[in-house]
Design a protein around this ligand. Structure first.
Ligand SMILES: Cc1cc2nc3c(=O)[nH]c(=O)nc-3n(C[C@H](O)[C@H](O)[C@H](O)COP(=O)(O)OP(=O)(O)OC[C@H]3O[C@@H](n4cnc5c(N)ncnc54)[C@H](O)[C@@H]3O)c2cc1C
Length: 456
């Protein structure tokens, strides 16, 4: 780069991390100007279903607000509507019959701004809408799949599948769990497989069914159950009825559902081979596994009713569900990437943010928050950029990112592996339930101390 020339930053991937980084670099251009380009492999913003609810917590909101301009922030309520009566933004964990083991008390707030004043609060957010909001005013170049790059002393030449190339001073891989940028930069970094299968889907739940769930889980919007065979169920929703829903006999709510189980159960003789491209068969498989691993009880029946609501084909979903359901149901292996599991991580003009560097399983709800915080931190570090010190800027970002995210990945992994361990007999179950209840007691004790003594 010539002296005085504006440096170019290329971002690969227009997900939550890449888009937050774009906005932050553009927002701070008075302090440090970059020519920022963002490339996405999908051909349009609607190419791939971005569904499911995600919890955005206090540090995620703080970072997001620092990254985006006010024009984009004014649209955030579309993705994070204000809490409505009857909603309790927290998680409730029960046993397989619906007996509550854990329900952390969380300060409830009027809107997403309020989350920044809570220490453990979050707001349940529509992930697809958040992505749409972040796409506004971002000049994403769609249909540009990155295939690799060449790095020299002078800069980075980026290659795309359509044969085109772009040159930049800094390349940021924000290209998710299967990041081609990561595979080239840190080829030894391997994806860790949990041996756990994760099936998730979006459904429209009628009010009468929702009322049953709310009663068991005391109005909590995130609901988890722990089975006896290392299996878990998860349900998340907002109590905001879908507008213009086809069935007008009662309100329906957009709901994310998930079921996890140790993959070894797929190898048992009674198991049938699943065609993951056939949603109807994946739904049948999920129901089969629930019936196999869960004792017969009212809660099991409730879960089966929920899975029965999954659209059996993508076209059906789009017509009936008003929110798009391109992949009505997905089945995959639970995986993560520990960024410190390699001996060396060489800082260069090419760096990574979000899932590309440290994908983690969704059990603690950290992934999106971390991707947005990475974007915020990297853009802050780049404010000091010059052609002589770019390495130290990126090093400053990477040292903190590697240490903190490695610890997040390992904590999340340990929790997920514990939840996927079968509990044997009566005493095992008693010990597990007692430990969870004690953790709940401790969390709620701190909540009371914080709220009523320190008035936080
Ligand atoms: C079921 C589920 C629930 C979750 N719940 C939560 C939650 O409650 N809270 C939370 O914080 N997180 C949650 N997460 C995780 C969160 O969604 C992700 O961690 C987050 O979206 C990561 O953002 P990202 O920008 O790094 O990657 P992504 O959002 O995956 O974006 C990567 C982008 O890069 C593009 N791309 C990929 N390859 C290329 C290429 N070669 N060329 C160009 N573009 C490319 C992709 O198309 C994509 O648009 C959940 C995840 C799942 C699956």
């Amino acid at each position: 780069m010539q002296q005085g020339e504006v440096p170019t930053v290329i971002i690969i991937g227009a997900g939550l991390g890449g888009l937050s980084l774009y906005h932050s670099l553009a927002k701070n251009k008075d302090k440090k100007e970059f020519n920022v380009k963002i490339f996405e492999r999908e051909s349009t913003p609607q190419d791939r279903w971005q569904g499911f609810h995600i919890g955005i917590s206090n540090y995620g909101i703080k970072s997001l607000m620092r990254c985006i301009p006010s024009s984009v922030a004014s649209n955030l309520p579309k993705a994070m509507p204000d809490p409505v009566p009857g909603e309790y933004h927290s998680i409730s964990i029960t046993d397989h019959t619906g007996k509550v083991l854990m329900k952390p008390l969380i300060k409830q707030v009027k809107d997403y701004h309020g989350i920044t004043n809570t220490h453990n609060g979050f707001i349940l957010t529509y992930r697809d809408v958040l992505r749409n909001v972040l796409c506004e005013d971002a000049p994403v170049q769609w249909g540009k799949k990155c295939t690799g790059y060449e790095e020299t002393e002078e800069g980075v030449q980026v290659h795309f599948e359509d044969g085109s190339q772009e040159f930049c001073d800094i390349l940021v891989g924000a290209d998710g769990v299967h990041s081609p940028v990561r595979k080239q930069k840190v080829p030894d970094l391997k994806i860790f497989d949990y041996g756990v299968t994760f099936i998730n889907a979006d459904v429209a739940v009628p009010k009468h069914l929702m009322d049953r769930l709310l009663k068991i889980h005391d109005n909590c919007l995130c609901q988890k159950t722990l089975g006896l065979n290392g299996d878990t169920t998860f349900v998340a929703f907002r109590l905001i009825p879908l507008e213009n829903f086809k069935d007008t006999s009662e309100p329906h709510y957009r709901t994310s559902i998930a079921f996890t189980y140790p993959t070894k159960f797929d190898d048992e003789p009674d198991s049938i081979k699943v065609d993951d491209n056939n949603p109807a068969l994946v739904v049948e498989h999920a129901k089969f596994m629930i019936q196999k691993l869960r004792p017969k009880c009212d809660y099991t029946d409730l879960m089966l009713e929920l899975w029965e609501l999954v659209p059996k084909s993508p076209s059906l979903g789009q017509e009936d569900y008003l929110f798009k359901t391109y992949n009505t149901i997905q089945r995959r292996n639970m995986q993560d990437i520990n960024p410190l599991s390699v001996n060396s991580w060489k800082t260069s003009r090419v760096t990574l943010i979000g899932d590309a560097a440290h994908a983690m399983c969704p059990v603690m709800g950290l992934g999106a928050n971390n991707a947005i915080q990475d974007a915020d931190r990297l853009s802050q570090a780049l404010l000091n950029y010059s052609s002589e010190n770019y390495i130290s800027c990126i090093k400053e970002y990477e040292s903190q990112m590697l240490k903190q995210r490695s610890s997040d990945v390992l904590k999340t992994r340990s929790m997920a592996l514990r939840q996927s361990s079968p509990v044997g007999g009566y005493f095992d179950i008693l010990i597990r339930n007692t430990i969870i209840k004690m953790i709940n007691f401790t969390l709620n004790f701190y909540y009371y101390v914080n709220t009523f003594i320190f008035r936080n």
